[in-house]
Write a protein that binds this ligand. Structure first.
Ligand code: PLP
Length: 444
């Protein structure tokens, strides 16, 4: 049924890519979607599956860049959108749904005394950092090496692990110089803070770098809170991925550590564009246009045409009502754990050195010697190097077999993945690893 309904596009992936490259740089709207010899064009998706314009089916572990914990086209989210769209897609006014949405967020996320909606995760970290500067009165930001916080000017230095450099042209040194990069090492951070009184904000990806490719040391978030308190910093947890996924209250609810500000997006909207900063009242009040602080009203300016958009709000409310129960997260976690175990079993049986690891509903692969079961015993640089060597062959092999990862050697699961999806994924994984082994990729 699905195939008939969506079989209107007669173009193939290669033809669409060629046309796209004439009207869009690289033919893409996001540089990570660029692929050689061509990108894949998806025509439709449902649950944990998606289909390209040539009719090829994928079991999806990208899941809308981790925004779809309930799966593609969840009936309650579709119904919420269908109900809202005829009432109007945008008013540029306040509306009741945004209030319901903010209320759900503040019920779930511990730091969320108040919520300000934004247009994306990038806008959320940009606003949170501005708030950090305003509240602390200090210009410099401390960030952790390799953590991802979006693409605006202030988060590019330190994005590429170990480089301590801006990964783009067009960012002035004056901005890069406001950012200090540190490893997730409490002693180093303590020394950095002691020697730099201009640092007033600390931002951390709550999972560790790249949704947990390089996990944080145990207790790091609590130490970050202690250091922030000791040095008068505004502490930001970037929970754009972990928010609502690690638990209904995100990673902060699991660790029992409350930041001053939390950045959210992705799952927040049930897969529509949007984001939010959810923070403590004493910091969020800087955004209140009814309040004057240090002769500025509002103290921190923030605009954004589509903030709190009614369609995103409708979808977000429908999604968060499910996630408040914790049940979708529990299913997605079981799916990921089953995959991680199954992948480790395949590697062991084939005699390939490596492991599958990850928290919550994520999985990451590493190929190489494993001194222990804890990935943190392997230097982060080695974990990253393994991805450089193996990810192209891994993704090619999995892709040919109808499995789509989210990035390099990592994926996310959803509540919609079935046991059949898992069995097919593990079969595809085994065939791919055998093929990789045959090419000598693990020995050479
Ligand atoms: N922060 C984290 C932890 C992310 O993973 C992302 C996106 O993947 C962002 C921020 C940026 O979000 P967006 O892509 O919505 O701008």
């Amino acid at each position: 049924m699905m195939d008939d309904q969506f079989a209107r596009n007669t173009d193939d992936n290669a033809a669409l890519t060629a046309r796209a490259r004439t009207v869009m740089p690289g033919g893409v709207a996001h540089e990570a979607r660029y692929a050689e010899p061509h990108a894949k064009y998806i025509s439709h998706a449902a649950g944990a599956r998606k289909w390209d314009v040539e009719g090829k089916e994928y079991i999806d572990y990208a899941m809308g860049s981790a925004s779809l914990l309930l799966g593609h086209a969840h009936p309650d989210i579709v119904a919420a959108l269908v109900e809202q769209a005829p009432k109007g897609t945008f008013f540029a006014d306040c509306h009741p749904l945004e209030l319901e949405w903010a209320g759900l967020i503040s019920d779930l996320i511990p730091s969320a005394d108040q919520v300000r909606f934004t247009g994306s995760g990038t806008e959320s970290t940009m606003l949170a950092m501005r708030l950090g500067r305003a509240r602390s009165g200090r210009p410099r930001i401390l960030r952790i090496d390799g953590h991802y916080h979006g693409w605006h000017d202030h988060v590019l230095k330190g994005m590429t692990p170990g480089a301590n450099a801006v990964v783009s042209l067009g960012v002035p040194d004056a901005i890069a110089d406001l950012v200090q990069v540190a490893p997730p090492d409490v002693e180093v951070i303590e020394r950095t803070l002691a020697s730099d009184a201009d640092i007033g904000t600390l931002i951390v990806e709550a999972s560790g770098a790249n949704y947990g490719v390089v996990p944080l040391p145990d207790g790091f978030l609590a130490e970050a809170r202690r250091l922030a308190d000791a040095h008068g910093l505004v502490l930001i947890f970037d929970e754009v991925i972990t928010g609502f996924r690690w638990s209904p209250g995100g990673r902060q609810a699991i660790d029992g550590v409350t930041p001053d500000l939390t950045t959210l997006a992705k799952i927040l909207t049930g897969g529509l564009p949007g984001g939010a900063v959810a923070g403590k009242r004493e910091v969020m009040r800087y955004l209140d246009p009814g309040e004057t602080i240090d002769a500025m009203t509002p103290a921190v300016t923030h605009k954004g045409t589509f903030n709190g958009n009614p369609l995103a709000a409708a979808s977000g409310v429908a999604c968060l009502k499910h996630l408040a129960t914790g049940e979708p997260q529990a299913r997605a976690d079981v799916v990921a754990e089953t995959l991680r175990e199954g992948m480790r079993e395949v590697l062991g049986r084939l005699g390939v050195e490596g492991t599958a690891y990850g928290d919550s509903s994520t999985f990451h692969l590493y190929f190489g010697p494993c001194p222990s079961a804890d990935i943190r015993d392997i230097p982060a640089a080695d974990v990253r190097a393994s991805a450089k060597t193996a990810s192209a062959a891994l993704n090619r092999g999995l892709g040919e077999r109808g499995i789509d990862l989210m990035s390099r050697m990592s994926g996310v699961t959803s509540a919609a993945h079935t046991d059949d999806d898992l069995a097919r994924t593990l079969d595809a994984f085994e065939a791919t690893v055998r093929e990789m082994a045959d090419t000598g990729i693990f020995t050479g």
